[in-house]
Write a protein that binds this ligand. Sequence first.
Ligand code: GAL
Ligand code: MG
Length: 997
Amino acid sequence: MTQRRKKRWENQELISMGRREARTAFYDDSLTKISLNGEWRFLYLDAPELSPEGFQTPGAAEGWDTIDVPSVWQLRGYDHMHYTDVLYLFPVNPPFVPTENPTGIYKKSICLDAAWLKNDTILKFHGVDSAFDVWVNGEHVGYSKVSRLPSEFDITSCVKEGENDITVRVYKWSDGTYLEDQDMWWLSGIYRDVELINEPKQVILDCRVDAGLDDAMETGIFTMDITLKQPSGKGSWVLSYHEEEVLKGTYETEDGKAHIEAQIPNVHKWTAETPELYDLTVTAGEDAVSIRPGFRRVEIKDNQFLVNGQVILLNGANHHDYDPEEGRTVSYERMKEDILLMKQYNINAVRCSHYPSNEYFYDLCDEYGLYVIDEADLECHGFEWTGNYKWISDDPGWREAYVDRSVRMVKRDRNHPCIIMWSMGNESSFGCNFRSAAEEIRKLDSTRLIHYEGDFEAEVTDVYSTMYTRLKGLKEIAETEMKGNKPHVMCEYGHAMGNGPGGLKAYQDMFRKYKRLQGGFIWEWYDHGIRVEENETSYYKYGGCFGDFPTNSNFCIDGVLMPDRTPSPALLEYKQVIAPVEIHKVPDSRTQILLKNYYDFLSLDHVVLCWALEENGKAVQEGEIRTLSALPHESETVDIPVKPFEIRKNKDYYLHIKVCQKYDTNYAPAGHEIAAKQFDLEIRQDEFAARAAGNELTVTEENGILTVANDRITAKFHTVFGTLAALEKDGKTYLTKGPVMNLYRATIDNDMYKKDDWMNKYFIQKGSEQTEDFSWEKKENAVVVTIDKYFGCLNQSWGFECSYVYTVYSGGQVKVQLTGKTVQNGKEEPAFLPRIGVIMEADGSLQNTAWYGLGPQENYPDSHAAASMGIYESTVDGMQTSYVYPQENGHREQVKWFALSDETKTLLCRTEGGLGMNLSNCTDESLEKARYPHEIERSSDVVIHLDYRHSGLGSNSCGEEQLEEYKVKRQDFAMTFTLEIVGRDEILEETGKQYLD
Ligand code: GAL
Ligand code: MG
C-alpha cells in the first residue's frame, strides 16, 4: 500500500507557512491600521478541491455571495449547526479529515496608496476556525491554524498601489480539528477581527514585560525584553503610575534585542482585589507601544500557591466565548459586560475554558481584577471513547502541534498580570507531548504556574487539578498526602445545567477549611443557546434542534447566565456562597454579629455593614456601621444596636445584615451589596386566630357532594373521591380543586440520572388516592370533615395512609390538617423522592400573587443563600424562571402565607410553620413534555403546590448528588394550612393583620 498523500490541512507536522513569529499583544496606536472587518465576498464549497480555477486571483469573485467578517458561517446560512460534547463528527483517523470538508473562500479588495506602501504591510487574523490559506494578489502568502490564536503575515512583497486582492480559504476540518474537540458548537470561519497594519521599517516587534516583586514584596522588579525589527536601533521608555512618571530610560539594541531591568521601590501591587496598573510606553523612533504592567508575584510555598506572599482562594467561573446570535464571535462590549458582572457577583477568577480568548479579554481582567487561568486551545476528548485516549497526546509525531498551542498562547499573553496559571489544554489524556509543552512554557515564563487537569498524577503541573470531584473525594485530597502534595484547584465544579446547582455551600466550606484546597471554578458562565425567531416567538436552540445528530442536546445549556445574560438564580446563589465576607451570629447572642473577612488583601475598612430589624420581612429599625477594620483572613465581632421592641403575635423577627461597598469601584457604585444574611431571632408567638364567627353553617348533601356553607364561604366536598372539590364565595369558585397528595416534580437536568427510576420504575408521576372513609360532624361555629385515604403510585407496594381533616369555620376559614403515615408492603422503593406535598388548583383569573416566605427569586432547600424572608408581590407568570430547557422551577421555601388575587378578591393560604410553595400556569406534565418555553401548555387554572418537603437540586447532571440532608426520604409527615377568600385590599395592605383583628 502506498502512503496516503497528506493534504496541507491534514498534516500535523506542518505548523504554519509564512506566519510571523508569535509576539506579545500590545497596543500600538502610533501605527496606521485598516480594519478588514465588514463585508467580504464569500464562496461556500463542499470541499477545498472544488475551488474554482483561479479563485485566488483578483476579480474571481463574480457571482459569489457576501458575508460579514467576523462571523461564523453556520450562523449565516451555510453548512449546519451541530453540537457535541465529546464526539468528533467523523472517523478518528488522525491526521486525516473528511473529504467532504466545508470550505469558505473569502475575498476582499483593499485600496492602498503610495504613502502606505512606504512601510511594510502586515495582515493580522485574530482568529480563524480551523485552518486557512491566504493569497494576496494571487500569490500564496501563508497558511495557519489553531483557531483561537492570532496569525500574522508580512505581505509587503505582494501589495501594490491601488486595489489589492486578499483571498482567504478556510477549512472546517483540519488536523487541527483533532486538537479542538471542546464541548461546544462546531463553528467555522473568520470569526475574530482582521486588520492590516502599516508597519514602518523600524518598529518594536515585541516587548515582553515581567513585573514581579522582591522577597519583601515591596520593590517592583521590572524586566523588559524589546525586539526591534531592524538589527540595530534605539529608543526610550517611560513607566508611569496614574500619569505620574515613575521611571524612564533609553535603550539600544544588539542583534535587534534589548534587555532592561529596573526596580521600583514601594511599588503599587496588582491583585484581583487591588488591580493596580502602571502605564508603560516604549518608543523606537516614531513607533510607540503601550503596555499596562501590574506588579505581582505568583509562587508556591509550603504546598500552597501565593500571590504577593499571600495564600489566595479562587472563586472562579469557567468562561467560553459565546454570543446567542453570533456564536463564538464576541464583541469587546459583551466581554466587558461579562467582566463587570463577574466582579459584581464576587467572582475573583476566570478560566478561559478551553482556549485563549480575544486579546482584549485579558486587558479587562487586568483592569478590573480577575485571576486568570489562560488555557491552550487543545482538547482531544473524542479519543477517550476510542479506548486509546493517549493516541496523539503520547505520539511524538504530534509534539510540535501540542507545543505550538501553548507556546503561542504564552507569547501572546505573557504581559498580562491577571494570568496566574497557564493551562496546557483540557481533556486530552496525558503523554509526552504535555511533558514537552510544560518544558517549553517553563523556558518562556517561570513567573506563573502550570495547570492541566489531564495530568492526573500532577507529574508536570504545579497544581493538582480535578473536576466535579465529589465532596468525599475532595476531603480525601485535602487530608491525604498525594500527587506531590501540590495545591489543589477544582477547575470545574457546580455544573449549572438547568435548575441548579444546589449544594455549592458545602464545597465552599471545604475550600475554606482545608489548606490544600485553593478554590474552584463553577461550570460555567453561559448557557450556550442559539437565539432564533420563529412565528414572532424568540427562543433558544440547543443541540439537536437543528436536526444535528449525534448531539448532547441541552448539555450546553449549563451556565449561571441565561443566553441573554440574565443572571439565573444559580448566579445569585453563587454570589452569596463565595462572598468574601461571611456573616455569622455569635452563638447565644441575639444581636452580636461575627464577620469573617475572606478577602486575601483587603481589610474590611472598605465596606459598610447595614443592618435592619425586620418584622415579617419589613424593617422596623435599621442602621449602618462604618467602622469595620478586620484584616484579611481575620474576623471581627460587631454589636448591632437594636433598641427594645414590641413583640407582636404571629410575627417573625429577623436581623438582616448586609455588607456593602463603602466607595465606588470601577464595576459598582458605593452601596453595592457584597454579602447578605438574615437571622431568625426565634421569638415568635404563634396563635391561631379564628375570625369572628359568621352565620350558622348549613350542611347539605346531594349527588355525592357535601356542601358546607354560609354567607362567608361555600365549601364543597366530594364524598366518593374524598376531596375538597371547591371553595366558593359570592357565586365564584376560587379554589377549583382541593388538595391531593403528590410526590413528583417536572424533571430537572440535575435529576437526569434518577428520572428513569422515578418515572419508569416507581411511577411517582402516577400517584392516586383511594377513599377509605368519609365523615363529618358539626361543632360550635364549625363543621369538621374527616377523610381517610390511601395514597400510592402505579404498581407500588409503598404508599401513605393519609388523613385529611377539614375544619370549616363559620368565619370563612377552612383549615386543612393532613397527616401521612408511610406504608411499605414489599421491598422495592425509590432511594428518595422529589417532594412530599399536595397539589391544588385555583381559578385562572387569580393571577396576582403575594407571599411571605423566602424570595424574591426561586429557591430550593440546598440553594437559598441569596433569598430572604419577606413579603413579595408578583404574578403567577412572574414567579417562573424560564429555563431554556423547561423543567421544574419557581419554587419558594418557608412560605408562611401566599395569596392569589384577581382585581377584587383573594384566595389566601396561611401555612403552619412554613411550607414549600409553587404557583404556576401549567401542569408538571406539560412542563416535563415541553422542549422549549413556548411549548409549555398553559393550563386554564392556576396550579398550586404546597410541599411538606422538597428535595434539593444537587449538581448531578455532572457532579455531586443532592446531599443526604436534602433528599426527601419516604417518611411520615404532617402539614397544616388554612384557606379562605378575602378582599384584595386586605392583602395589599398587610395580609398578616387580618388574623389579629
Ligand atoms: C467537563 C468539560 C467541559 C464540559 C463539562 C460538562 O468534562 O471539561 O468542557 O464538557 O464537562 O458540561
Ligand atoms: Mg470535553
